[in-house]
Write a protein that binds this ligand. Structure first.
Ligand code: GLN
Length: 554
């Protein structure tokens, strides 16, 4: 059977959760037994999001093959089983770069190079690559267009998907438009006008949506669905209520309750002989997450703490690991720039565990080191990811190794020189000046030391995890680390790169150079997160047993 296409556009405003909707639709269709692939096309001009500030754009998600992608790919991978690749997400920057490079090579010699057809053709070529045979068999490709309909930048993408209906046949292409139905307090009503205008905008560029996903605070009433249907030229059953949910993993269930999957199949030419959706595993997860008996408090000490999108996969992985331990995870974001040796105890005193995530740049580094020292000395479960692991090595070698000026060469400067660059640039990175796709990226193997905590947690001698960093533990210091009691529990197969560390003399102190959060799924939580949250829960239980009540609530 030929691949069929669902295109997802957004209207009214950004941050509507279009990516999540695309992912959840993928989950329901996959539960129907279809081979689904999700793709993201972003209209901005960065060639990839790796060079954008996480303040602005949220997390950079990394795929197995080392693509630095939009965080929506993280949603797709968490909802749909198929691992994604570089080709499954592309930006306008990439499209234009390809077209202009081709023009310079003389490939279009003689013709005027234009948005239509050259840019739109390149978009279609990249869509083909993203969904074609390189990906194995695909029944259904769900392609999301970033941004909002009406943005200047998104026009070539909208034009390309408009053409797709003629190219592929009407029975193979479906348009879903995600809009907002705001609740206006003063009127005490949900309002449909923004949706009407947004559909009009889409019509003006030649696309009549087949299904509307209406984001709202509350479920849409039948009456409202009827009204939207009449104004927007769709059937009432094609107006789907995508109201707020307290747990994003309920979305596949919410959509199926309204038979969104059935509507999609019907519009794409019958039910293709597919099964009714097997959503039991989602139901079980949601049930288990509903009222967990425990709550653990985890401090996330970082720089971008005010924006939770910056740590999207991390937050999800913590949630998954918590549910695996029947615990709700309450996160306490601590701005590392505010931490000092004297106030760290008051910030971290009440938490059950401390996590230092990945990061770049000098700001807030010393605060993170204070947090690590606090966790190490006070037996608080600690998990350091990427930069978090690097700083755990710095802290340990400063305090226990006696190298008071130990630092990462990322943070050393003429004003703050170091004679002990315990974290340094790999030779292969030393000459790299271009940005974007130039770090150690994607999947690398790691061997786990016999008898280590890491080996016990993973239950296997070799693992594969995803990376995104430039700096590494300097091999000159491997021996000192081990002599002083920090165990190198994971190494690259050649033995030159430190991938994991741990402290055997601590209840739980683990660091990894890679980013395990990219591989955690609600239905298969990552073992390192499950183990970390188990340690947090154990500490909480132990503290409750050994302390007077008034201290525990402090
Ligand atoms: N800044 C560090 C490096 O480049 C860590 C990166 C990260 O935490 N992702 O190695």
């Amino acid at each position: 059977m030929k691949t069929k296409f669902v295109f997802i556009t957004g209207g009214v405003l950004s941050s509507l959760g279009k990516g999540l909707s695309a992912a959840a639709i993928g989950a329901v269709m996959e539960a129907r037994g279809l081979k689904v692939i999700n793709v993201k096309m972003d209209p901005y001009l960065n060639v990839d999001p790796g060079t954008m500030s996480p303040y602005q754009h949220g997390e950079v998600f990394v795929t197995e093959d080392g693509a630095e992608t939009d965080l929506d790919l993280g949603h797709y991978e968490r909802f749909v089983a198929r691992p994604l690749h570089q080709r499954n997400s592309f930006t306008a920057g990439k499209v234009y770069l390809n077209v202009i490079e081709r023009e310079r090579k003389g490939d279009y010699l003689g013709s005027t190079v234009q948005v239509i057809p050259h840019v739109t053709d390149e978009i279609k070529r990249l869509m083909e690559l993203a969904t074609g045979k390189e990906n194995g068999h695909v029944d259904l490709a769900i392609i999301e267009i970033g941004g909002t309909v009406g943005d200047i930048e998104s026009l070539p993408f909208i034009e390309a998907i408009r053409q797709m209906r003629a190219d592929k046949g009407a029975e193979n292409v479906l348009y879903i438009h995600v809009t907002l139905v705001p609740y206006i307090k003063a009127a005490g009503e949900l309002k449909t006008k923004p949706t009407q205008h947004s559909v009009k905008e889409l019509l003006s560029v030649g696309i009549q949506p087949d299904i509307l996903l209406c984001r709202s605070e509350k479920p849409l009433t039948d009456e409202l669905r009827q009204k939207i249907a009449a104004f927007c030229n769709v059937g009432k059953d094609d107006v789907i209520s995508a109201h707020d949910v307290d747990n994003i993993y309920k979305l596949p269930l919410v959509f199926h309750e309204q038979d969104l999957d059935g509507r999609i199949l019907k519009k794409l030419g019958g039910n293709w002989g597919v099964q009714s959706p097997q959503l039991d595993r989602w139901k079980q997860y949601v049930d288990r997450a509903e009222h967990p008996p425990h709550t653990v408090r985890v401090a996330v000490v970082g720089k971008y703490v005010h924006l939770t999108d910056t740590y999207k996969s991390l937050n999800e992985a913590l949630t998954h690991g918590g549910i695996a331990n029947d615990s709700r995870v309450e996160l306490k974001y601590v701005d590392s720039e505010e931490l000092t040796a004297s106030n760290v105890g008051s910030h971290l005193g009440g938490v059950d565990a401390v996590l230092i995530p990945g990061g770049f740049g000098t700001r807030g580094i010393e605060g993170k080191i204070h947090a690590i020292r606090y966790a190490r000395e006070n037996q608080v479960p600690f998990f350091g990811i990427c930069l978090g692991m690097q700083l755990a090595v710095v802290e340990f070698l400063r305090d226990v190794g006696g190298l008071t000026d130990a630092n990462s060469s990322e943070f050393a400067s003429p004003e703050h020189p170091t004679s002990n660059p315990v974290i340094h640039l790999m030779e292969s990175q030393a000459g790299v000046t271009t940005k974007g796709g130039t770090m150690r990226l994607g999947r690398y193997p790691c061997r786990l030391a016999e008898g280590s905590t890491a080996r016990r947690i993973y239950g296997q001698p070799e693992i594969f995890e995803r990376h995104r960093h430039r700096y590494e533990v300097n091999p000159r210091y491997h021996k000192l680390l081990e002599e002083k009691g920090m165990r190198i529990s994971g190494l690259s197969p050649k033995g030159d790169l430190v991938e994991m560390i741990e402290l055997p003399s601590h209840p739980y102190f683990v660091g990894c150079q890679f980013h395990p959060e990219f591989k955690s799924r609600p239905l298969t939580p990552h073992p390192l997160f499950s183990a970390f949250l188990r340690a947090a829960l154990e500490r909480q239980v132990a503290r409750e047993k050994s302390r007077p009540a008034e201290e525990i609530s402090a």
